[in-house]
Ligand binder design. Structure first.
Ligand code: 5GP
Ligand code: MG
Ligand code: MG
Length: 185
């Protein structure tokens, strides 16, 4: 089986190297799936993934969730094609599911400043779910300035730009099976 996981990768003229390996990702994602399975047993939770970045994490995560559950997506844009956040959140697509009285698990690829997560949680709260918990694969702890509730975190990382495993740089690099960081960082 061919898996795209080079040691280094060129993306938009810049060089990145491996930061979190495929093995480390798979192990942590399966632990998180088991934890969610225990916590949500009998509650038929609905996973809400934030497109585009969270799609690979969410699809791997769900395959480790051994209880009945559902999935839906919303789409936001906050980064444009740059390596720093624009500081603005734009809605591109809302969820289709009715989440009133449901147990919601919001799934993000990465929490940087925390603006997107805060914005989405406030938006979903208005739909009156029974509960909302959040899970993010990556958390740039030192970059987070907004008050966000993070219930499950895959990896805490420094405030440096990363790509791969669903995360892009100007739309490229999502297909990499590992997480990469800019060379020299
Ligand atoms: P925040 O609103 O927390 O500042 O940023 C959240 C969004 O910005 C993430 O969902 C992700 O789409 C994008 N983002 C933040 N940091 C990175 C990064 O290091 N690499 C990539 N590819 N996207 C990032
Ligand atoms: Mg995201
Ligand atoms: Mg992006």
């Amino acid at each position: 089986m061919a898996i795209y996981k080079p040691e280094t990768v060129e993306c938009n003229g810049e060089t990145f190297h491996v930061y979190i390996t495929q093995e480390e990702l798979q192990e942590r994602v399966s632990e998180l799936g088991e934890e969610l399975s225990r916590h949500y047993e009998g509650r038929n939770p609905i996973f809400i993934g934030v497109l585009n970045g969270a799609y690979i994490f969410l699809s791997d995560l769900m395959r480790h969730v051994e209880i009945s559950c559902e999935v839906d997506f919303l789409k936001l844009s906050s980064y444009g094609d740059e390596k720093v956040s624009s500081g603005e959140v734009t809605d591109l697509k809302d969820i289709d599911a009715d989440i009133e009285d449901r147990n919601v698990i919001l799934v993000e690829d990465i929490v940087d400043t925390g603006l997107s997560m805060k914005y989405i949680v406030e938006k979903l709260q208005k739909k009156k779910p029974a509960s909302i918990e959040t899970i993010t694969l990556l958390h740039k702890t030192e970059a987070t300035r907004h008050d966000v509730q993070l219930d499950y975190v895959g990896f805490r990382i420094p405030a440096l730009f990363v790509l791969g495993y669903g995360l892009d740089y100007a739309q490229e690099g999502r297909n990499l099976a590992q997480i990469y960081i800019l060379d020299g960082e």
